[in-house]
Write a protein that binds this ligand. Structure first.
Ligand SMILES: [Zn+2]
Length: 284
């Protein structure tokens, strides 16, 4: 009988330890001046939340929206309600499911939360790349940064999570981001010899950006075994990505983007832990 009881209670305890997501938490009043909070009737309404809901026990999800020149932007805001002060991440690409799972891990472990663009599971939202849309002074830029600055701890850098396809098109792979590619403006600084999978994989890396190269940050990440790509940003080459916007207009705050190969959530979590260690040490 004890055995039966045990087999019934263990799964229940495991369920309680992780727990499901909460929905529709109040937004700070100042955000509601420009941003609409839409009611989520069930976690099944948002595929990313539905997939991860079982592991979102301390987290609350909200659906936000706003219009920029007639284009409706839909966003999922996730916050750790027990530990609201923590890292806050931006996830611009809705097709990058690994990044969403890694963000759930980060928000559960370190508090804070994240903002994810919803685009029906696609990279582009109504034909626009959400990470090539940071024009200075636009409604999109103003609203996204209003949300990030509301929840971000001021001493922490702007943080982003992405995932990318295996390899690089130039060498027969499928992706467009790789440690094997280096240019005059985007330097590849591997932690060691590149290999297959784990921290050494060409697709697993931290992307930094600034007006000039920052050897201290690169060195600190490399010492942790993390590959770094560093983009030196210049106004004449602005690609309207978040990294470029921050380097050009918010240069005093750092930018850290953790990129992992699609599906390699394990390594992305490992990189989150290493980045957070350096954030808490004040290095990043
Ligand atoms: Zn991306």
């Amino acid at each position: 009988m004890n055995r039966v009881l045990l087999s019934l209670t263990i799964p229940l305890l495991a369920f309680m330890a992780t727990g499901c997501v909460t929905l529709n938490c109040p937004l700070p009043a100042h955000l509601k001046e420009h941003i609409i909070q839409e009611k989520i009737s069930s976690s099944s309404d948002i595929p990313d939340v539905k997939r991860n809901s079982w592991n979102m026990g301390d987290l609350c999800a909200d659906r936000l929206s706003f219009y920029d020149h007639g284009q409706k932007w839909e966003l999922t805001l996730v916050r750790n309600t027990k530990h609201p002060a923590g890292p806050f991440w931006y996830l611009p690409h809705d097709n990058e499911d690994s990044a969403f799972e890694a963000a759930v891990y980060a928000a559960q472990k370190y508090g804070g939360g994240f903002l994810a663009v919803e685009a029906g599971g696609k990279r582009y939202a109504s034909g626009t790349d959400p990470n090539r849309n940071f024009k200075n002074g636009s409604v999109y830029t103003r609203n996204i940064f209003a949300i990030l600055d509301t929840f971000k701890v001021p001493s922490m850098p702007y943080l982003a999570l992405h995932s990318n396809k295996n390899g690089h098109e130039k060498y027969g792979g499928e992706g467009t981001v790789s440690m094997k590619i280096s240019s005059a403006h985007t330097h590849s600084c591997p932690a060691g010899a590149l290999g297959q999978g784990g921290l050494n994989d060409e697709d697993n890396l931290v992307y930094l950006a600034g007006r000039k190269i920052d050897s201290r940050k690169i060195g600190a990440l490399n010492t942790q075994g993390v590959n770094v790509k560093y983009e030196v940003v210049n106004g004449k080459r602005n690609d309207f990505s978040m990294s470029n916007y921050i380097a050009l207009h918010r240069n005093r705050t750092g930018y850290v983007n953790i990129e992992a190969e699609d599906g390699d959530v394990r390594t992305q979590k490992k990189m989150i832990d290493k980045v957070m260690k350096l954030v808490y040490q004040g290095v990043l």
